[in-house]
Design a protein around this ligand. Structure first.
Ligand SMILES: C[S@@+](CC[C@H](N)C(=O)[O-])C[C@H]1O[C@@H](n2cnc3c(N)ncnc32)[C@H](O)[C@@H]1O
Length: 197
């Protein structure tokens, strides 16, 4: 966990929620692969825009964020409980049909990411689906407002997922976006399925 990054989302929770973009169009495709009404864990939910779509579609959503202030803002916006939970506090086993982690595991220090992926794997039911998105790069570092990013290449990410647990790749694609600090970024969207233990 990067303390400065977390402090950013604690201090600027309202401002970030006001800026937050429309839900990812990839969410619809993700939900279509889950059993109707299935259980979804959302990590780093931010303003709650994705959780709102999941709830409206009838899923059983556990929305979480590591910033208690962000969790409170999201809960108010979506009218649904949002738990303050850090990634490394995830301890569930065989619980979720899907785990959704949009633009949040990109803040996990490189040396800690594999352990978080192992936790996600454990938390999923057999064949459960896992979405995560990252800002592509070559070396980790900070943006202009001090937030840490792991900035993976596709190769680095594959080499980190592979030993963390048994995953089967479902899809991987990229998109362009503008960050909160106005910097352009290329996002990598990765969907994997839990394989055998
Ligand atoms: C870039 S925002 C993305 C928000 C949302 N998922 C979205 O797609 O709009 C990153 C979120 O990750 C959360 N976060 C950062 N570090 C975290 C950690 N160690 N554990 C849990 N959440 C964390 C932040 O509080 C923030 O809400």
């Amino acid at each position: 966990m990067d303390e400065d990054t977390l402090q950013f989302y604690r201090r600027y929770a309202e401002a970030y929620a006001g800026w937050a973009k429309a839900p990812s169009t990839r969410l619809t495709g993700f939900l279509s692969l889950l059993p109707p009404g299935g259980a979804i864990l959302e990590l780093g939910c931010g303003a709650g825009n994705h959780a709102a779509v999941m709830l409206a579609a009838g899923f059983a959503v556990r929305a979480t964020d590591g910033s208690p202030e962000m969790a409170a803002v999201a809960a108010r916006r979506i009218g649904h409980p949002v738990e303050a939970m850090l990634f490394d506090e995830l301890d569930d086993r065989n619980t979720y049909d899907g785990v959704w982690a949009s633009a949040c595991l990109l803040h996990v220090p490189r040396e800690e990411l594999a352990a978080i992926l192992t936790r996600v794997h454990r938390a999923l039911k057999p064949s459960g689906l896992f979405y995560a998105s990252y800002k592509i790069g070559h070396d980790d570092g900070r943006d202009s407002i001090g937030r840490y990013y792991n900035y993976p290449s596709q190769e680095w990410l594959q080499a980190t997922y592979a030993p963390s647990a048994a995953w089967t790749q479902v899809s991987s694609d990229t998109s362009e976006m503008k960050s909160f600090d106005e910097a352009p970024a290329t996002m990598l969207h990765v969907v994997v399925r839990k394989g055998p233990q």
